[in-house]
Design a protein around this ligand. Sequence first.
Ligand code: BGC
Ligand code: NOJ
Length: 829
Amino acid sequence: MKFGYFDDLRKEYVINTPRTPYPWINYLGNQGFFSLISNTAGGYSFYMDARLRRITRYRYNNVPLDMGGRYFYINDNGTIWNPGWSPVKTELDEYECRHGMGYTIIKGKKNGLKAEVTFFVPQNYDGEVQQVVLTNEGTEAKSFSIFSIAEWCLWDAQDDCTNFQRNFSTGRVEIEGSTIYHVTEYRDRRNHYAFYTVNDEIDGYDTDRDSFLGSIYNGWDNPETVKADKPSNSFADGWSPVASHYKKVTLAPGESKTLIYILGYAENPQDKKFASEKPANLLTRETWVLNKEKAYAMIDKYNTPEKVAAGLEELRTTWDKLLSIFKVDTPDDKVNRMVNIWNQYQCMVTFNLSRSASYFESGIGRGMGFRDSNQDILGFVHQIPERARERLIDIASTQLSDGGCYHQYQPLTKKGNADIGGDFSDDPLWMILSVAAYIKETGDWGILDANVPFDDDPDGKHTMLEHLDVSFYHIVNNLGPHGLPLAMRADWNDCINLSCFSDTPGESFQTYTNPKFKAEGGYSKVAESAFVAALFTYTGPAYVGILEHLGKADEAAKAQAEIDKMKKNTMESAFDGDWFIRAYDANGEKMGSKECEEGKIFIEPQGFAVMSEIGKDVGADIKTLNSIDKYLNCEFGLVLNNPAYTKYYIQYGEISTYPGGYKENAGIFTHNNAWIICAEAYAGRGDKAFEYYSKIAPAFTEETSDIHKTEPYVYGQMIGGKDAKNFGQGKNSWLTGTAAWNMVAISQYILGVKPEFDGLRVDPSIPAAWDGFTATRQFRGDTYEITIKNPDHVNKGVKSLTVDGAAVDGCIVPVAGDGKTHKVEVVLG
Ligand code: BGC
Ligand code: NOJ
């Protein structure tokens, strides 16, 4: 069952009922000001950091779900409705929500009155513009009223939802004409404020939530002022400040009226915080006056429909440009819309927000993740490499000089989070991968010389290359009894916590390590991760390639020897006959082995082991891939492990606490499905790779949205596995490494267009049924128009490759570097 359709031409997903099986959201903004917006206009806004600069309030985990956002209420002679149906939920005569690239359009129609609201955050602008077009489609004149509402968050979202004894007494506002300013704490310790305005005279307002709702027992679905068609012109004083405009409108038949609302954020320098004069029309209870110059300028920027149209056009052009860097035309529409539009769009969102703010991440728990952000770069780097570079430097600056890393950092302060700390065994490796991806994309070797401090030596002069060195050797220097990397607190799988042994409620599996490991340095020196071993052998060659390029042959050889040794150790101690084990636990027992009672096979190490060709000479790669197919493959994707754990295994940590089929306990974790897709493609099994890809790629789940439930245009972190009651049900949509990795899987492994240090590799691994496909790739200043022909209907194998008609040996297109367009023709066979 579908709840909408893709409009590929406009790059939109069109939702045609407000009753989606879960709120289906979009993100507005991509640099400073961000908003989340659902198909019924729920959501919230923040500046830079969803925790420390929350602009509007949102109640997560609410009943009913998604009650709170920026809403418009229409009172049309007693019939009260919202253009997005919620929160009043009056049945609409027509409803439509179009989520596009950085904008959302919500249309509602009731009793001949149409309201079309366009929400977007213009480029380089710290505010959300909401253009409301009201049209009387009836045959008689209509008089009605429209109320807006936004509820302010008192800036720190964590504090806002816990520290009521203080917060209920701090709220402050100013009102000037049609603009309501939120100035809580501004006088004392903050230099930022927010405002909500409309480009017309208003007939009333509210700034105090309880006055707007009329009773503390009313919800957003039942505001007294709207019902009474009478604002209370309240002035907030502590409690919960809001911003609501009231406007009466009369429209002749066929007539339209446009109102432009702006929800903005601005900061003032310390010496310009206050205005010297108090304008006559200013409503305030303060003895000081906010300097509103920045707000005035922002309001002036989008106060007419022409200016709004120009802002939208700029946004469109920006996205058209971003999406023209890599474009494909394959025989499958669903692949095309994922690759050309939605997967790339999601990669921008995950790059911007890491795992901080979604409908499953509250924005207060985590800032930017070290491993998360490094992986996000893999899917994003081609879009805006300069931003990837800046991010790489930020991330690397939270690394410690011994190669360890802070696991997370706050985007606003760019400082590592001490409360979660470090010692996640995989973290450093992802940075080697992302820096290499950046160099492969751009050819900017200069980044290796960039000055990047260590967190524990903030003033020291260190280069990015040194960060790669310590990252690589952090693994080499922390090996366990089998010569495999120590698992430490966790590796990629946050829920395998081999040094935890937790039996007490409240101990966080992510931060708690059992005191028995104190003497050993904080974690078991026995527990080892076969996953990190495989990730090391997969990532290591990029580091070696970098050293070779720099002419450091000795260092390259030394690093290569470590990789070779790790492969040998892995084959000797971690190959279980038909697949690779997952780990050795702190008791030295195998995890993810045939010998185990449950959880005999895990997905994570397998893909990287196959792509590192560990044991390929004895057929370990194909055996492993076949085992995955046999034990992990099911209708909706590949489960993480099998059989699911049904008991609590204290020695494994969080993983077995989940009911079977959910999350890391045999859920379909789409992130690591991508690694298998890559591995199948790498091994030349394009049909299998595509089968797995099409099980999880969102566009392919559209028809079963009633089962899948989350947005059919973006990946979620997981899908209920075969052991789950809700088999096939998506969860944790939007902020997941799945976005980047599936972008890599489809573009670099299946379609096979892959940047390398010395050129653009074109080596597809596609379904044999395909006749071929075409792609356009901008790469290092040139444009490559690529045609793939598959006359023999093979999965993989480049028979010939020509660039502008001239044959090239192998499958790497050399960098032309002339800024021109080049024709690449590849025949498979
Ligand atoms: C979740 C992981 C998440 C981790 C860190 C765990 O409980 O299962 O997916 O990455 O917490 O927040
Ligand atoms: C989500 C986290 O963001 C990511 O870092 C982790 O690898 C996965 N969960 C798996 O546990």
